[in-house]
Design a protein around this ligand. Structure first.
Ligand code: SOE
Length: 393
């Protein structure tokens, strides 16, 4: 039976637009879905860039007017893959027009915006509104959450999360909108630290209640980009530089509502670490450890009193593991793109009323509140205690 179409307009033409397109295309091929996702129109700012992206990504239509697209009756979903300074305006217009919304993370550039978006989503009872914290859709992390929820780790005491990238390692790596506070809201903190915050709160099933933070900006200006190529780009004149107005790195401790202690770090200058998204959770009865560099594996430790007690490396590729069974035989791993296919599947199931929408805007607002608390704590320099200079050795 032909499924009812779910016609999608995607706003954005960068990395996330590409991977979201792939997700909408592959979801119906590997999962039985209640609705048929149909990529319909790609929206960008620049006519030539948008036309090129639409052709390359095989979108039937393209536009440079997101307001006109949102007003169309033949569009059901607005997928927001734009810089953070446009999330609120686009999402509010889409919800007011009765559309379903998938918005990239972080939800907004401020708590104020995120609160308005959350209220609008709550008022739009016929619409689904989800924020794209895609790492929740990693089979290994979904398994970790099942183990924690089943009490296999016991009382949780420690959360240890690092998200390490290195695409800004070179001080002459070109400037990008992600380094402009007006566009991005914050730097490493909101871009990748937000993932660690959401993943930790989701795994534990409880919020962070306080933080003590410090941030650092190592490189305060970068050359203007002359050619747009992905996350990096090409700098024409190294002396033609733009200011960096966001954090390069962030470190903070956190307390969770249930008493666990968290230690978080995020940077885009960890030379050699391209996309090392890691989290370890220690409970009274056991631990889990995940590293995106080995994303199909989950390390599990359970206190059994057995002489062979130790961490075991679980290949999360079995048919009965979350999402894994839809793809390949056991042992044949998945990749980064599959998280977004799973995210599309969950979104479509929520639109059809089969499952609750998650992470919804209220969950994303909680992440936004932690982001703001981290920035406030770092600005107040709340944890810095200087070491008095001793006599020279
Ligand atoms: C850039 O740092 C980025 O694309 C993030 O924005 C994504 O959320 C992360 O998954 C990969 O890196």
């Amino acid at each position: 039976m032909a499924q009812k179409p779910l016609r999608i307009a995607l706003i954005g033409t960068g990395f996330m637009a590409r991977i979201h397109t792939q997700a909408w295309r592959t979801a119906p091929r590997f999962f039985a879905l209640p609705l048929d996702p149909q990529p319909t129109v790609l929206v960008g700012r620049d006519p030539a860039t948008t036309a090129h992206a639409a052709e390359e990504l095989d979108w039937p239509e393209h536009s440079t007017d997101w307001r006109e697209v949102i007003a169309r009756d033949d569009i059901d979903v607005i997928d927001i893959c734009t810089p953070g300074d446009t999330h609120a305006e686009i999402a509010l217009a889409a919800l007011a027009a009765g559309k379903h919304v998938l918005c990239e993370k972080p939800l907004a550039n401020s708590v104020g915006e995120a609160e308005i978006m959350t209220d609008a989503a709550a008022a739009a009872s016929g619409s689904v509104a989800v924020c794209g914290f895609s790492y929740r859709r990693t089979p290994a992390l979904a398994l970790a959450r099942e183990l924690i929820a089943a009490g296999r780790l016991g009382t949780i005491r420690h959360v240890r999360a690092q998200y390490l990238q290195d695409w800004l390692r070179d001080a002459d790596a070109p400037h990008t909108w992600r380094l402009d506070r007006e566009k991005a809201g914050s730097g490493t903190l909101g871009d990748i630290g937000a993932h660690s915050i959401d993943t930790a709160q989701w795994l534990l099933g409880e919020p962070i209640v306080d933080v003590s933070a410090t941030t650092q900006t190592f490189v305060t200006s970068r050359p203007r980009r002359s050619a747009v190529t992905g996350l990096g780009g090409v700098a024409a004149d190294l002396d033609d530089r733009l200011p960096v107005t966001v954090d390069d790195a962030v470190a903070f401790t956190a307390h969770f509502a249930g008493g666990a202690l968290g230690v978080f770090e995020a940077t885009r200058m960890a030379t050699g670490r391209r996309n090392a998204n890691r989290i370890e959770i220690n409970g009274e009865k056991g631990s889990i450890a995940f590293d995106f560099e080995r994303m199909n594996e989950l390390e599990v430790y359970e206190t059994t009193g057995d002489t062979a007690e130790g961490f075991r490396r679980v290949q999360v590729t079995e048919a009965d593991h979350p999402y894994a069974g839809a793809w390949w035989p056991a042992g044949h791993g998945l990749g980064y793109e599959h998280l977004f296919t799973h995210q599309a599947v969950e979104f479509i199931r929520a639109v059809a009323g089969e499952t609750p929408a998650s992470p919804d805007f209220a969950e994303a607002l909680q992440v936004q509140r932690v982001l703001a608390a981290v920035e406030s704590s770092a600005a107040n320099d709340s944890i810095r205690t200087r070491i008095p200079e001793g006599e020279p050795a």
